[in-house]
Design a protein around this ligand. Structure first.
Ligand code: G16
Ligand code: MG
Length: 222
């Protein structure tokens, strides 16, 4: 029986991608590398320093900066990102997510966040939902990013559960792959063709409910 839920943050709980993009765009302008939708999409779920490398590569500028200068650029991006995060409110929670989290909490499921973002705790505070989560994985403690299962394995361990009794919720194919490799049940939010590896597919966060999950699993969740 399912006892816990592990959530990705960006694209599942809220849309932080637009804020990351806004902040990275300024850095791209500053270093003179071109911005494109494709570049923007490639940054989803990728760590801060890896994102910077992709942006520099897009303008063939990856060898033009010292490590110290790259650190400065990443710090500047984060400062801008945090300024944007300050403006987040509960209204920025994706549709259906607040009710679902409250329902899980009332049913005493254990809940954790598995996000590549070091700013996840700050984002949760601004959204007003930090209290629902028993734990947030600190991505700086990880050796591998998604699709490696490490972040999902760690999330289950932090809420004292075996992966087999956890459901992971993701909007990215790499995340779904990580959940599956961790031995958890996966819910993919988004295009079911892109997320065909997921055990359960929902096209929108609005479909997140215990009733829908029970129906999809055809067995009692509680
Ligand atoms: C998120 C975003 C990525 C971002 C990463 C690191 O991942 O999707 O674009 O680069 O976090 O964020 P930070 O610079 O705040 O540490 P996720 O796993 O929540 O989708
Ligand atoms: Mg995501």
């Amino acid at each position: 029986d399912i006892q816990g839920f592990v959530f990705d943050l960006d694209g599942v709980i809220t849309d932080t991608a637009r804020l990351h993009s806004q902040a990275w765009r300024h850095i791209a302008e500053q270093v003179g590398t071109p911005w494109s939708q494709k570049l923007q999409d490639s940054l989803k779920g990728i760590s801060r320093m890896e994102s910077l490398e992709l942006i520099l590569q897009a303008g063939n500028r990856e060898h033009d900066f010292t490590d110290a200068q790259k650190q400065e650029l990443a710090t500047a991006k984060n400062k801008e990102y945090l300024r944007l995060v300050e403006q987040l409110t509960p209204a920025d929670i994706l549709p259906g997510v607040s009710d679902f989290l409250r329902d899980l909490y009332n049913h005493e499921y254990r809940m954790a966040i598995a996000s590549a973002s070091k700013n996840a705790p700050t984002v949760l505070e601004h959204l007003g939902i930090a209290r629902y989560f028993h734990n947030v994985v600190d991505p700086s403690t990880l050796k591998h990013g998604k699709p490696d299962p490490e972040i999902f394995t760690k999330a289950a361990a932090l809420i004292n559960l075996d992966p087999q009794v956890c459901i992971g919720v993701e909007d990215a194919a790499a995340g779904v792959a990580g959940i599956n490799a961790a031995g958890e049940t996966s819910i993919g939010i988004g295009d079911p063709q892109v997320l065909s590896a997921a055990d359960i597919n929902f096209t929108s966060t609005e479909q997140l409910s215990l009733a829908n999950i029970r129906h999809a699993m055809r067995q009692p969740v509680a």
